[in-house]
Design a protein around this ligand. Structure first.
Ligand code: NAD
Ligand code: UDP
Length: 341
């Protein structure tokens, strides 16, 4: 049994990570300022003696509660991840990335805990190399609207490596590629949640630009198993390691899949492309495969079907007997496809 701090633990990825760590018998301190996360994501754990929630902003130094003094591991996930959210208060985003990294690394120095950083494919910016291996240094506009996040995460990576080199803090750095699944907030603003919610409401699907830009989508369960595999590596394995699903789709293909899976009557609405939106993204996961023996298992269609079921419940569309005919048809579609795979 280990004692583990998860920052950003009430968010989408963080709450799944807390569940997984608790299921392995660990004690979990979940730190979050609830800016984009929600108590709803962790409420099922609040009565558990092995779980404690700490409402705290990672920008400020962390004071551990008495029962969580002897930390073994720290997972640093606290940071808004949706472009809509991280651009709404960009200076705070940079502080969260940079001061947050310093605060968790100082805590690692003080306690001897291994410190894990949730870095991102955004460190590659609008990549000129495709797919992206960890050796690629990236193409980031330092003064654009995405740079608060991209440069914040890049600085966090340099802090992790400097604390490791200068102070010997044990670190693990992973670069996460677009991940989706249950507990994404329905108003999160990222593409998978936007498309599913729009399709379920039969509203226009908002495609930015001409929809030809690509992303590679990883289902949350696959990603979390990659986190744990990385944390379990010997001390010499520090990363960075890409974690993501190499299946690459353009946004037109994603919209079509979501419409098909939901049986929606939504139409496609082409909107302005946000500035500096990366044209393509796909992880080279050779390193993860060799070092961690890790590969994602869940196909996009199956993962989308699971996410659709989550959002259907979130939107109060569950309970087939009370639903209009068309929703019953949509569930059938989703389940047929899920069962066929
Ligand atoms: P999320 O927005 O659901 O979760 C982030 C959590 O951090 C939220 O609970 C939020 O309240 C909390 N938080 C934000 N700022 C904070 C602060 N200053 N102090 C304390 N808590 C704070 O997003 P997510 O998708 O779960 O992302 C989690 C981490 O993974 C982030 O660091 C993100 O950069 C990284 N990541 C995610 C993806 C992805 O596709 N989901 C891709 C790359 C990187
Ligand atoms: N996107 C879109 N419609 C939306 C939201 C996003 O077409 O409603 C596009 C966005 O322009 C980007 C891709 O989908 O090219 C992924 O966007 P997201 O915000 O999910 O993550 P990013 O990879 O850009 O950080």
């Amino acid at each position: 049994m280990k004692t583990i701090l998860v920052t950003g633990g009430a968010g989408f990825l963080g709450s799944h990570l807390c569940d997984e760590l608790l299921s392995h018998g660990h004690r979990v301190l979940c730190l979050d300022n609830l800016s984009t996360g929600s108590l709803k994501n962790i409420e099922h754990n609040l009565g558990d003696d092995d779980f404690q929630f700490l409402n705290h902003d990672i920008v400020d130094p962390i004071k551990l509660p008495p029962s969580f003094q002897d930390l073994d591991q720290i997972y640093n996930l606290a940071c808004p991840a949706s472009p809509v959210h991280y651009q709404s208060d960009p200076i705070k985003t940079t502080k969260t990335c940079v001061h947050g990294a310093i605060n968790v690394l100082d805590l690692g120095l003080e306690t001897g805990a291994v410190v894990f950083q949730a870095s991102t494919s955004e460190v590659y910016g609008d990549p000129a190399q495709h797919p992206q291996p960890e050796s690629y240094w990236g193409n980031v506009n330092t003064i654009g609207p995405r740079s608060c996040y991209d440069e914040g995460k890049r600085t966090a990576e340099s802090l992790f490596f400097d604390y490791h080199r200068f102070h010997g803090v044990p670190i693990k750095v992973v670069r996460i590629f677009n991940t989706y699944g249950p507990r994404m907030a329905h108003d999160d603003g990222r593409v998978v949640s936007n498309f599913i919610v729009q399709a379920l409401k039969n509203k226009d699907i908002t495609l930015y630009g001409n929809g030809s830009q690509t992303r590679s989508f990883c289902y949350v369960d696959d990603l979390i198993s990659g986190f744990i595999a990385m944390m379990d590596t010997p001390e010499t394995v520090i990363g960075p390691v890409n974690l993501g699903n190499p299946g690459e789709f353009n946004m037109n293909e994603l919209a079509t899949a979501v419409i098909e899976l939901t049986g929606s009557d939504s139409e496609l609405l082409y909107c302005e492309l946000p500035k500096d939106d990366p044209k393509m993204r796909k992880p080279d996961i050779t390193k993860a495969t060799n070092l961690l023996g890790w590969q994602p298992k869940i196909k996009l269609q199956i993962g989308l079907a699971k996410a659709i079921e989550h959002f259907r419940k979130e939107l109060g569309l569950d309970g087939l007997e009370d639903q209009p005919e068309e929703y019953a048809k949509q569930v059938d579609n989703v389940m047929d496809i899920a069962n066929a795979n």
